[in-house]
Ligand binder design. Sequence first.
Ligand SMILES: Cc1cc2nc3c(=O)[nH]c(=O)nc-3n(C[C@H](O)[C@H](O)[C@H](O)COP(=O)(O)OP(=O)(O)OC[C@H]3O[C@@H](n4cnc5c(N)ncnc54)[C@H](O)[C@@H]3O)c2cc1C
Length: 424
Amino acid sequence: MSWDFETDAAFQKELDWIADFVRDEVAPLEHVLGSPWNIHDPRFELLVRPLQREVKARNLWACHLGPELGGPGYGQVKLGLMNEILGRALFAPIVFGAHAPDSGNCEILAHYGTPAQKERFLKPLLENAVVSCFAMTEPQGGADPNVFTTQAVRDGDDWVINGQKWFASNARYAAFYIVMAITDPNLSAYKGMSMFILPADMPGIEILRNIGVADDPEATHAYLNFNQVRVSADNMLGHPGEAFAVAQVRLGGGRVHHAMRVIGQAQKALDALCERALSRSSQGSLLADKQMVQEKIADSWVQLEQFRLLVMRTAWRIDKYQDYMKVRKDIAAVKATMPKVLHDIASHALQVHGSIGVSSEMPFVGLIVRAYQMGLADGPTEVHKVTVARQLLRDYTACDDLFPSYHRPTAAAAAGEKFRALLG
Ligand SMILES: Cc1cc2nc3c(=O)[nH]c(=O)nc-3n(C[C@H](O)[C@H](O)[C@H](O)COP(=O)(O)OP(=O)(O)OC[C@H]3O[C@@H](n4cnc5c(N)ncnc54)[C@H](O)[C@@H]3O)c2cc1C
């Protein structure tokens, strides 16, 4: 028997330290600084760098990476417990060297990069001396790669790239972009696209505009244009046609890490909901005593616990199989569930807070918008539900008559015969 829901005492001590540090030192940063990816802001040097040094000294930097890349090599279960805490503060992922998209970009550079690419791009990224960007989505569609048109054409020793990318997060701060482009238009996108590493200052790369999410004052999602961008063949990451194989390495872990952080965000909303219910009275009794508020609290807790168990079981399965393809259904299920959990719990918390719940002084509107982002970034919810259903259906066969196998009259008759024989 190895079902176990306990955390080792030694690791719990680390988690307790992380929780205190995030609450006291990291969470306040979001009230002062803008985007966590804006490492060029002089205040970042003053306020964030010392915290990063403290995390490194405690050996908690980039915990998703193994010792060969400067991390402690935590498995996904440990990362899950840690990321739940990091999810509670906007700056926590960058303070702990675990911020997307750089964490995923580090993984693919480590996995597929040549020694020269690792030296030039991975090394500074691991240290957060630079930040990076991942550009796959195009203006005409992200959920279906077959509509992509950005193309790289071979010219001697170089590739020449033309096209546009859309919603490339943090491109404005990035030192380099990892870009997917068609290299063989005769094949499907899944076989005919390749990955390139493009330094941001290359001639021909232009940010047409930066797009913000909701009323975020700092627009950070870039609409990019590539006009005759000439890049050496040495800048290809992986082999020609391997873009989707490379992307899977970053997306598998990345989606689960987002989900782990969403647990922390939803927990934050649930904590606020409970505190509010216990502190506000209306019509002679506490909100906590009103059944419709109790229902919101109970539903939120149950939804969060269900989700947390699904995420942690998925983390455990990734550790067990060490193969994202074997855990595809679980990861897709987590990805498809996460937006609704965050949306529902943040909405309950908002409602019970009344007018201040919708105000800019509370995080709930932001969390609800975040829930919608989680249902789009790394692929829309619908597409992940399709994956769950397809993977599940693989384990079934069509029934050969009107009845499912358990309920066929022939099966019932055979069972009746068996028991009649036993009963004499
Ligand atoms: C905050 C944020 C950050 C992002 N960061 C990045 C980034 O850094 N790099 C990057 O490359 N991309 C990024 N994206 C883009 C993201 O990957 C795309 O938004 C996503 O893949 C969907 O593509 P789309 O927006 O073009 O929607 P579309 O492909 O146009 O789909 C629109 C809608 O159609 C429906 N739909 C689509 N396909 C199906 C289907 N098969 N079945 C049923 N319904 C379907 C869904 O409701 C879907 O939401 C980001 C997006 C957001 C919101």
